[in-house]
Design a protein. Structure first.
Length: 328
């Protein structure tokens, strides 16, 4: 009998399958998991509500040399935190926004294309916002984990054989630059709205032939300019304690520590940054005990780690997409 509880092993396997290939047909997922097509489709629909499941196209900012990537930490009065976070979330150049430090800090990443854009965000709009106490901006220098690499890749939800069967076929080499052109915008916008949109739907949205849509989408993915990702809440699966870590590693150990972080099952994102600390990571743990064990054992055991600042997320405001917060 099929379980009625959201967050069971099959749900986790389906999410892992979608992280491997977000556009994989339900029939292919069902075959590998040993269930019916209808079961996978039903589970997919059911996960949309409690787990906030969405499949969306994502512009891969790290692939574009013309973009600068920043981590912003905005300290503010508690009464202004939500309004500031939601104002940032509405901007197309921001992602991964959350309230940390007991609701007195807004943390987000931002991608800016020009110095004017950076000045507008860092020196223009934010400082004029009421309730802001302090702004710290750290440029992201190198990503060790995250982006197209999903957190569930390290979960063990699927066996190595299942993962291999569900992994998409290798893409052909694409020597062109990782750039989304103006002509690509209707295609990218359609995928941002629904990463599983069918090719006939994408043909209708773009006015291009189905073969042209398939060819251009494959080029964008192969070049690294675009990927299709899965957004969901980890709470129903028992992982209720996301935390941002600002880590200081000895310069000689910076790369080694970053590479080690990328292998840790708890780490959903890790990057090198400028600023007082030189690494940032987002870890997802089941509870405070799990976080303590991670900090004291796995992270604390890495040679070269000198200091760690941990900031639990009080609430996530934006992951890949922004859905306005509705208060309790």
């Amino acid at each position: 009998m099929e379980s009625n509880a959201v967050g069971d092993a099959l749900d986790l396997q389906i999410l892992h399958a979608l992280e491997l290939d977000a556009r994989a047909p339900f029939s292919r997922i069902a075959t590998v998991l040993g269930v019916s097509d209808q079961t996978v489709a039903r589970r997919f629909r059911r996960l949309r509500s409690p787990a906030g499941l969405r499949v969306v196209g994502v512009r891969c900012a790290a692939a574009e040399d013309s973009l600068d990537h920043w981590l912003l930490r905005v300290r503010c009065a508690p009464e202004g935190a939500t309004a500031i976070a939601e104002a940032l979330a509405k901007r197309p150049d921001t992602a991964w926004i959350g309230l940390t430090s007991g609701g007195t800090e807004v943390t987000c990443t931002a991608n800016v294309r020009s110095r004017d854009d950076a000045d507008d965000l860092l020196l223009g709009k934010l400082p004029r916002t009421p309730h802001i106490v302090d702004i710290r901006a750290h440029q992201l220098l190198h990503r060790f984990y995250g982006g197209p690499s999903g957190w569930l890749h390290k979960s063990g939800a699927l066996s190595p054989e299942q993962s291999a069967a569900l992994a998409p076929a290798p893409l052909p080499d694409h020597p062109g630059p990782a750039v989304i052109t103006a002509e690509d915008e209707p295609l990218v916008a359609a995928l941002e709205a629904d990463g599983r949109a069918t090719y006939p739907e994408l043909q209708k949205a773009t006015g291009r032939s189905e073969s042209a849509v398939k060819r251009r989408m494959a080029q964008l993915v192969a070049s690294g300019a675009l990927y299709v990702d899965v957004e969901f809440d980890a709470d129903p699966f028992g992982f209720r304690h996301p935390t941002m870590l600002c880590i200081t590693a000895a310069p000689r150990a910076l790369n080694a520590v970053g590479e080690a972080l990328a292998t840790h099952p708890e780490v959903a994102y890790a990057a090198a940054t400028t600023g007082p600390s030189n690494l940032v990571a987002v870890v997802i743990t089941r509870d405070t005990g799990h976080l303590y064990r991670y900090l004291s054992e796995r992270l604390g055991g890495l040679e070269g780690v000198e200091h760690v600042e941990s900031m639990p997320f009080l609430r996530r405001v934006k992951q890949l997409t922004y859905r306005p917060f509705r208060g309790h």
